[in-house]
Design a protein around this ligand. Sequence first.
Ligand SMILES: [Mg+2]
Length: 173
Amino acid sequence: MDRTRIGFDMDDVICDTYGSLRLWAETSYDIPAHEKRDMPIQSLLTDSQNQKMVEMLNEGSFFATLDALPKAIDVLETLVKKHDVFIVTAAMEHPACMSHKFKWISEHLPFFNPLNIVFCGEKYVTDVDYLIDDTPRHFERLRGQGIVFSAPKNRDEKRYKRVDNWDDVAAFF
Ligand SMILES: [Mg+2]
C-alpha cells in the first residue's frame, strides 16, 4: 500500500503560536490582544515593542513553551500509523528556535520519528503529497497539494483547499 506523504507546519497548525504571542503582548505590555485576536500582533505593538518581540523570538526558548492546538496531538498519533507524516517547519527566520522546537516535539509528540522532522527555509523543497500550513505562500512552488489551515491572516485566501481545525484534518485523511 502506498503511504501518503503529509507535511504539517508547526506554528499555528500544530502549536498555538499566535495564542502565546497574544499572551506575551498582554503580560509584557498590558495590551488586550485577546480582544483583538483577528488582528496581526504586529499591528497592536509600537515599533519598540515589535523590536522586543523579534528579540524574544530570536532568543528561541519561546518555541518550547507553546500549547498544542486542540486535538493536534491525537490526530497526529493516528496519522503516523497510516501515512508518512513529516513536520515541516520554517526555522531560518529565527534559527535559535530549532533546538527548542525539537524539544517541544520530543515532549509533546513522543511517538513522532525525529527523522521525519524537517527544519527548513523554503518549504517547496519538500517532496510531500500534501502540505498543511497557515501560510499559503509556501504552496506557490510546491509540487504537492497545499491545504490552508485557517487562521485570521489567511481568511481571504481562496486558491487552495482549506481545513479549519484538526477534526477537518482527520476527516480529510
Ligand atoms: Mg505556520
